[in-house]
Design a protein around this ligand. Structure first.
Ligand code: NAI
Ligand code: MG
Length: 347
């Protein structure tokens, strides 16, 4: 099975290296990795954040393991050359529209959550975030108003087919879990959200076994901190899902703990930690690789049909945490490689 390995820039190469060590340990030589350049690393080497060879590799691969992109050296570049265009481009070109972001608190990390332990202990949810539409992909630009003021704009839009297909993923995910789906929108002010809500209700008729409720995004942000245990599956758009999943990560101890899968309609998947390239700690061996290692487990489960191997990795992460493995974001002193060692030792 061919894995496109796209480390990216910043801490991306550091965390993916540990994930590859863990994958090699559980799969023997069943996986072959082919490296591709993305993000700032690609821009610096070949002048584009998503070179055609990388896109071709991603299309050919059985699954994609992605690190992170966001090299601040590229901040001054025109938007289409910025590293983030690599992840947006991969999602769009491969039709990767369904981003699944599970958030749960390993009991061993109760002390690391920003919430009181008894509140945090109840978090066990999945955010299903749409990643092919919304304000990220709408028409955008800069113009000058009649009064001579600079004005930036980004158009937010969703059509009903886009909403229906992500809603179905939300309902299917809820059906396979505790049977509860919360659709998050801002229907009190946004037309996009009104359509979102209407279509989610239409799709719900095919899922009588799933309990649906709706929540405005501002309230959802509050409820995630007040009582995260009330959520099973959250389905939402690209922008709201981006923000809510970073927020959920704090309930789960650290942004360095949360994995994600982004799937297309052919069940091809891109697997990556939810965090970015963390330029503030890049190159220092301080990054927590567990989010990427857990993303590799999701890859085995969802794209490669290796659920038993995925279970082994998740159990090894729990065992490493139980044995005291802590990177700085979790209040400890272990390096990125030592965290990888701890997972390998537990395996
Ligand atoms: P970030 O997620 O990179 O970092 C936020 C904070 O969390 C930083 O203090 C960082 O040190 C910490 N952090 C992140 N991952 C960590 C890990 N594994 N272990 C320990 N600490 C960790 O978000 P930020 O700073 O907003 O963005 C940095 C760059 O990354 C930007 O250029 C942004 O556009 C890009 N980005 C890329 C993403 C991707 O590649 N999918 C996703 C999010 C942001
Ligand atoms: Mg984000």
């Amino acid at each position: 099975m061919l894995i496109a390995l796209l480390p990216g820039d910043g801490i991306g190469p550091e965390v993916t290296e540990q994930a590859v060590r863990v994958l090699d340990a559980v799969t023997g030589d069943a996986l072959s990795f082919e490296r591709g350049l993305v993000g700032g690393a690609a821009y610096k080497a070949v002048g584009h954040p998503l070179p055609p060879e990388t896109l071709d590799l991603a299309r050919r691969a059985d699954a994609i393991l992605f690190g992170a992109v966001g090299d601040p050296d590229c901040d001054a570049l025109e938007r289409h050359l910025r590293p983030e265009q690599a992840i947006l481009g991969l999602r769009k070109e491969l039709g990767l529209f369904a981003n699944l972001r599970p958030a749960r608190l390993f009991p061993e990390l109760a002390d690391a959550s920003a919430l009181r332990p008894e509140v945090a202990a109840r978090i066990d949810l999945v955010i299903v975030r749409e990643t092919n539409g919304d304000v990220y992909f709408g028409e955008k630009g800069m113009r000058t108003t009649a009064d001579g003021l600079r004005e930036g704009y980004d158009i937010m839009s969703y059509n009903e087919a886009e909403v229906a297909r992500i809603a179905r993923v939300g309902f299917e995910t809820a059906r396979a879990r505790r049977g509860r789906l919360c659709s998050v929108d801002k229907a009190n002010v946004l037309e996009t959200s009104q359509l979102w809500r209407d279509v989610v209700i239409e799709v719900s008729r095919n899922y009588p076994d799933v309990t649906l409720n709706h929540m405005y995004v501002d309230n959802a942000a509050m409820q995630l901190v007040r009582d995260p245990g009330q959520f099973d599956v959250i389905v939402t758009g690209n922008l709201f899902g981006d923000i809510l999943s970073d927020q959920a990560s704090m309930c789960a101890g650290s942004i360095g703990m949360l994995p994600s899968a982004t799937l297309n309609s052919r069940s091809q998947g891109l697997y990556e930690p939810i965090h970015g390239s963390a330029p503030d700690i890049a190159g220092q061996g301080k990054a927590n690789p567990l989010a990427t290692i857990l993303s590799a487990a999701m890859m085995l489960r969802y794209s490669l049909g290796k659920a038993a191997e995925a279970d082994r990795i998740e159990a090894a992460v729990a065992a490493a945490l139980a044995a005291g493995a802590r990177s700085p974001d979790l209040g400890g002193r272990m390096s990125t490689a030592e965290m990888g060692d701890a997972v390998l030792a537990a395996l």
